[in-house]
Write a protein that binds this ligand. Sequence first.
Ligand SMILES: *Cc1c(COP(=O)(O)O)cnc(C)c1O
Length: 430
Amino acid sequence: MSESSQRPPGFAYGPLKGSSSNVLNCEGVSLPQLADRFGTPLYVYSAEMIRERVSAFNIAFRGIEHTICYSVKANSNLSILRLLARLGCGFDVVSGGELQRVLRADRKSAKKVAFSGVGKTIPEIEAALKANILLFNVESASELEALATGAAKLKRKARIAFRVNPDVPADTHPYISTGLHKHKFGVPITEARKLYTHAASLPYLQVAGISVHIGSQITDFAPFGIAMERVADLVRQLRKDGHTIEYVDAGGGLGIDYKAHSERSFPAVAASYAREISKPLSKLHVKLLLEPGRSIIGPAGILLTRVLYRKTNGDKKFVIVDAAMNDLIRPSLYQAEHQIVPVKAGDKTPQVIDIVGPVCESGDFFARGRELPHVEEGDLLAILDAGAYGMALASNYNSRPRPAEVLVDGKSAKLIRRRETIADLLRSEL
Ligand SMILES: *Cc1c(COP(=O)(O)O)cnc(C)c1O
């Protein structure tokens, strides 16, 4: 099978025991075996791939004191959070629910949590104060007041950074671009000095850093460098104003190659990203926080699905699979093009097909007009690079129970979330 249809060391083709065919494996476990054992649709993650990506980040940033605060919203499964905590990662959370997940996965990780988001509620702020998290990334003057009030009430010190909006365009899907002043995120960088002065005057608030996040799935790294230069200027300015700026939170957003056309390995990609981020910060002696989500977990996961039916409408050929937009919404929400490969490798002649799910919407598709080797009813397909914003965005639309999740490590495969049942769906209704 071609290079681009594999994601080593997580997903690679190999001979199936006791047969002549080549099948896609996750590490030491074959995907047909996982489908038999756990059913489909099924999210499958590779632990080794997660470890490799964290390690590539740490190597790329070895020249600067840093903490990886994995962005929980990309994939918030407790077992994955636990694995990342064991690797030394902290966490970026954007809700009280995500904070609860981190505390459940590893209570000690609270001291490495950054809390971002434009609409933190009072109960969420109070829960984070009680957990004594590392940093609140404050996104407005009003939110600063709410935090000051909460901190005074609980008599807890809150370390704060303002999330500044650097007004830097990043070439990505409009829904996940966040660093322009027309977006709802952050405070205008031009108003930051005034806000920091005000924050410093409030009891129980401790000015500690600056944060920035310009968007997601960014593959041209120059905007990261431009944003970071603006942040570095602000660090110098704020220090002149007498503030202690210990942390720079560079956000996340490092994109992945969904088409896998690139010749560059992830360590090389991480290194050039690190150069853009680190260069403006050299000599500033700040502690760097990184919030990657997608680039760690995206390629480490696939969505395994089975072909239910084939059908032909006029000159269009459809393959209907048992996964749908409620399981993986990225193609319909972001026009994302995930690679889809047959689990059983073969030399069947390619056909141009649409791969669609059972949900009652024309937007329920995984691929349109895609050339794929001929597949039969009952065959398995793997939708690649589905580890990030896959299960995290899954819903129960059409009253479909969400898929199970499995974490593979070497030859072991562990169920880390059981398949939802209809009873689960009905439980909370009155
Ligand atoms: C979504 C988000 C991230 C993670 O983005 P990725 O593109 O998944 O790396 C990091 N920080 C903040 C504040 C976010 O909103």
